[in-house]
Write a new protein. Structure first.
Lengths: 453, 270, 286
């Protein structure tokens, strides 16, 4: 290096110029409005009179869910030939981590699927990136259509200190997606075991599978280990405690929601070798693919996410495990919150599409694609779908015992990260189940403290 | 002479060993790409060439490859123009203020993209240039200036001064001199720079992950998304990987000397 | 000639403009962002040096720096030692076929990082070639999920870096050796120096500038690791492979804490600069 290009000289220059320019720079974000977003006014709820409109939709639905939304778009466009919807599909992780970027972009989506809770929907609402939908709720009659337990999943107070009350910032769709257990019918029959309904029965079945040299539980914990934990939480915890925790009641601890016991259980299974060997090196998509290929007897999974063809559906069964305190507890939530971007030029049309996604045809289309309907019970289940029939029956037990809970990771923006990391630490022998719960409480409490201030 | 021969054998043995270390992972990947098995475990004697066609369709590479190609070609073209202007201005014309300006530009070589990415994103968003190909190309052009100017300045300076003096006496102006005298002589440097620039732009992941979404995705990001979007079919993913690596690999095979000498020279002169 | 100097200024102003808009201005903005707490949307609040202090107070962020130290061992030290050893062993006579070997060694340099990551994801996978080979030779108990193991994930990632950079270092050193004047070696042999002393007395000093370059590039490469980790482990298991660049991405875009992200970027840039300056000075002083 010769004298002229000496790095020291650059450093000096850099500091001087940085100081010069840095002093003139102003605080970031000072142009952002400080006022709370008010509900969007409604001009018309009839898209037919809106003229030629093109809307961009970005969602994270693949497999059966992807077919459902494709069909919904086609039906909407057929109903209103003047409306065009351009759909983009991204994978779940990619979209939830970049939605707050995309939705503020000029060429970004007008309508998008957000994850409920603070991580995604809360951040979007707080940043005034998505519309307050209160006016539309009144105009379209959503306040009558959506039960309050479901509606509150999309509600935030307009000062953004509370979740579960206040204004509506997203809508559900006419589908529900609990976490349950899928099982391989052929393998379970071979073991001569009936589909388990209770936790004790499940463990007995898994033990029998292990003794027979099978992989009892198909699992991959590299990127997405939480389904098993949350399913077990719904076995040990009460619906009330989980609801309270997620909606920000500081008096409830993670331990009281059954989380510690759930963590102890998965850790015990891990140590007993009930999970797929080397699950720490298996990612979500690989684990699902392995299960569909016949590796493993049980799998904890979000309903409808296996991407089964009609022929494959006859090979798998579905269980909604009973709660240890009686009844059944399970996630009673739409698989996404649909949001309208603040910058959307035709919010009325967008709202009409959201309305359509909550309609009876949407529920029927869900069933036709092997998915569980919500908001409407007047649907007919196709005769050739035994798995779906079983899923509907099993999931109905949640409603019968009033056991609906939200997804646990909605509790704070960083909750999903914390759960994933803590579970991996636990499997790596670096954290105990009690420490996992403590870390969850710390994350949630820090968030509550910050939003209160 | 015996030692000479033994030495040669040892040398070759080591070279071969290291070559195997480099090639083994690549070989395992290629055999995964040709495997008919979803998990990518090779089946002896069976080569599923159709994996390439299936991957091409499923991941919609035709879209993202066109994006990558558009970006790389236009960014390199613009980078070249800027590099030639800067290199000529500094290297031949001794631009006024170069004592301050040239080190200022060189400083950019040492600035990592991470230091600028955050405000860059928020500023581009303000200008509505996020998720836009022109915006993304502009970023590549802007961040490519330091190395480009440095590279072309060195190339122009390596030319003998006498040819410029002769042209000057003949009455040629600065621009005429650049077009007629200097440019033809630095063609090799331009070609090397174009190759390196193409490779860097094509291989970029970080910037396009942040700045482009959906239909605007580049091939590298599309491959990463392919990984999370469908049930894992590693054989198809590997085939997709080879597809997106192909353009640069082909250039590398054709111009290997230029690539290697260019990267070594670029590194050493810094 | 005076006129041409102004002409030259006019020319360099064009690239300079781009440079100023896309690099200089953002650097300065980064600097000012780093003193604020900002979620990217609402108003920002001044927090002084808090974002920088997180490197001390936040154990997760602090751990990214120790991960970098491990990565430096694999990205920089290992390839350089390997490269030096092979450069020293290979005769200074031209070997026929060297062009082919150079072509192979340089291959990882031109492969896009996403593909490199996938290549190794396959290699390290539970049913990948490494585990299969272990099973084949009866070491089944040694198999593991290399990228999912707390002890092994970071070294496994590091070895990817070794694979990528060692060819570059080696080719760089071999070309450096060939430009060391032969007389120096002859003089050393006349003095009765063995191969080892020859290496330390002639080869190593002769490669000073190549060494400086290799060190600077590989160390800053280790510090800036993003693509490899993003595609393979995303920082997991736990946070055991989290790098500053991943932390920056998360802070900047996933859960926006823009000021924190800017501070990470500034710290990374300063470290890169510091490393370059330090290595440059040492190489110059010799």
């Amino acid at each position: 290096m010769n004298k002229q290009t000496s790095p020291l000289k650059f450093l000096r220059l850099a500091v001087v110029s940085a100081l010069a320019l840095g002093l003139t720079a102003c605080a970031p974000g000072s142009q952002a409005p400080d006022t709370a977003p008010t509900a969007a006014p409604v001009t018309s709820i009839d898209p037919a009179s809106a003229g030629e409109v093109t809307l961009r939709l970005t969602d994270f639905w693949g497999a059966n869910e992807g077919e459902w939304i494709e069909s919904m778009v086609a039906q909407f466009e057929a109903k209103y030939p003047n409306i065009h919807i351009e759909r983009t599909q991204e994978d779940w992780g990619q979209l939830t981590s970049t939605l707050n970027l995309q939705i503020s972009e000029e060429a970004g989506p007008d309508i998008a699927t957000a994850n409920n809770g603070w991580q995604s929907l809360g951040t979007l609402a707080k940043g005034n990136l998505v519309l307050n939908l209160d006016q539309y709720a009144a105009a379209f009659g959503w306040d009558k259509l959506i039960p309050s337990t479901i509606a509150r999943q999309n509600e935030f107070s307009t000062d953004f200190t509370k979740i579960g009350e206040g204004s509506l910032f997203g809508t559900p769709i006419a589908r529900v997606q609990p976490i349950g257990i899928y099982y391989n019918i052929e393998k379970l029959t071979k073991l001569n075991v009936a589909p388990p309904a209770t936790f004790a029965e499940f463990e007995a079945a898994a033990k029998k599978a292990k003794d027979a040299g099978e992989i009892p539980i198909n699992y991959g914990s590299q990127d997405s280990p939480t389904a098993a934990l949350l399913a077990l939480q719904a076995v040990f915890g009460t619906a009330g405690s989980i609801n309270d925790y997620v909606y920000g009641n500081p008096a409830v601890t993670a331990e009281q929601t059954g989380l510690t016991k759930a963590a102890e259980t998965v850790q015990r299974w891990n140590e007993a070798g009930w999970f797929t060997p080397d699950h720490a090196g298996i990612d979500y998509q690989t684990a699902v693919a392995n299960f569909v290929d016949g590796k493993g007897i049980f799998r904890f999974e979000y309903q409808g996410s296996l991407g089964l063809s009609v022929e494959q559906q006859s090979k798998f069964g579905y269980i909604q495990m009973r709660n240890e305190n009686g009844g059944t507890v399970g996630v009673g939530a739409s698989p996404a919150a649909l949001v309208i971007a603040t910058k959307c030029k035709n919010p009325d049309v967008a709202a009409a599409f959201l309305d359509f996604l909550m309609s009876q045809p949407a529920a029927q289309t869900a069933v036709d694609n092997g998915l569980i309907p919500l908001l409407h019970s007047d649907v007919t289940t196709p005769a050739n779908m035994p798995l779906l029939k079983q899923e509907i029956e099993q999931i109905a037990t949640i409603g019968e015992s009033d056991g609906y809970v939200p997804y646990f990771d909605w509790a704070s923006p960083g909750m999903l990260d914390v759960l994933v990391q803590q579970m991996q630490l636990m499997y790596g022998g670096r954290a105990t189940p009690a420490e996992l719960s403590t870390a969850v409480d710390v994350e949630r409490n820090a968030f509550l403290a910050e939003s209160a201030s | 002479m015996r030692t000479h021969k033994a030495e040669t054998i040892v040398n070759y043995a080591m070279l071969v060993l290291l070559a195997i270390a480099v090639l083994f992972p690549v070989f395992a990947f290629v055999s995964a790409a040709l495997s008919p098995d979803r998990s990518g475990i090779p089946v002896p004697g069976v080569f599923a060439w159709e994996n390439f066609a299936i991957a091409w369709q499923e991941a919609e590479f035709s879209k993202s490859m066109v994006v990558s190609l558009t970006v790389a070609v236009s960014a390199v073209a613009a980078q070249l123009v800027l590099a030639v202007l800067g290199g000529y201005g500094f290297g031949v014309l001794n631009a006024a203020g170069q004592k301050f300006l040239y080190p200022l530009i060189l400083f950019g070589i040492m600035v990592s993209i991470e230091a600028i990415i955050v405000p860059l994103y928020y500023q581009m968003r303000e200008l509505q240039l996020t998720n836009s190909l022109p915006g993304y190309i502009l970023i590549h052009v802007g961040t490519g200036v330091p190395f480009g100017v440095f590279w072309m300045r060195a190339a122009f300076r390596s030319l003998p001064r006498s040819i410029f003096e002769a042209a000057h006496i003949d009455g040629a102006g600065s621009i005429k001199m650049l077009l007629n005298v200097a440019l033809p002589l630095v063609k090799p440097a331009i070609l090397t720079y174009a190759l390196l620039g193409f490779m860097w732009t094509w291989n970029d992941y970080f910037l396009s992950l942040i700045f482009l979404h959906g239909d605007n995705q580049t091939a590298t990001v599309a491959l990463g998304v392919f990984q999370g979007k469908y049930l894992t079919q590693f054989n198809l993913m590997a085939a997709g990987g080879l597809i997106i690596a192909a353009p640069v690999l082909i250039l590398y095979i054709i111009f290997q000397r230029r690539f290697i000498s260019g990267m070594l020279a670029g590194a050493l002169k810094e | 000639m005076r006129r041409s100097r102004w002409m030259g200024l006019a020319m360099v102003l064009v690239p300079l403009l781009f440079y100023a808009v896309f690099m200089l201005a953002p650097i300065c903005q980064s600097f000012s962002y780093s003193f604020y707490k900002w979620d990217g949307h609402s108003a920002a609040t001044w927090v002084g040096l808090d974002n920088y202090l997180s490197f001390v107070t936040d154990p997760v962020l602090a751990s990214t720096l120790s991960h970098v130290l491990v990565l430096i061992g694999f990205f920089a030290l290992l390839p350089i030692v390997l490269g030096l050893a092979s450069a020293a062993l290979i005769t200074r006579r031209a070997l026929p076929g060297m062009a082919l070997f150079r072509f192979i060694y340089f291959l990882p340099q031109v492969l896009t990082s996403v593909v490199v990551a996938l290549v190794f994801k396959r290699l390290y996978g539970p049913e990948g070639p490494i585990n299969e080979s272990l099973r084949a030779v009866g070491l089944g108990s040694w198999t593991k999920a290399w990228l999912g193991d707390f002890d092994w994930a970071l070294p496994a990632l590091g070895l990817i870096g070794t694979w990528v950079t060692f060819g570059f270092c080696m080719v760089l050193f071999i070309s450096g050796v060939s430009s060391i004047p032969t007389e120096l070696y002859e003089a050393a042999r006349v003095d009765g120096a063995g191969p080892l002393r020859e290496f330390f007395a002639v080869t190593l000093p002769g490669l000073r500038s190549q060494l400086a370059v290799a060190l600077t590039l590989t160390i800053t490469g280790a510090l800036r690791t993003f693509d490899l980790v993003w595609v393979t482990t995303r920082g997991g298991p736990g946070t055991s492979t989290l790098t500053p660049a991943i932390a920056l991405y998360r802070a900047a875009f996933e859960n926006p804490q823009v000021g924190q992200a800017a501070a990470i970027g500034i710290v990374m840039a300063l470290l890169c600069l510091l490393i370059a300056v330090a290595i440059g000075r040492i190489a110059e002083r010799e």
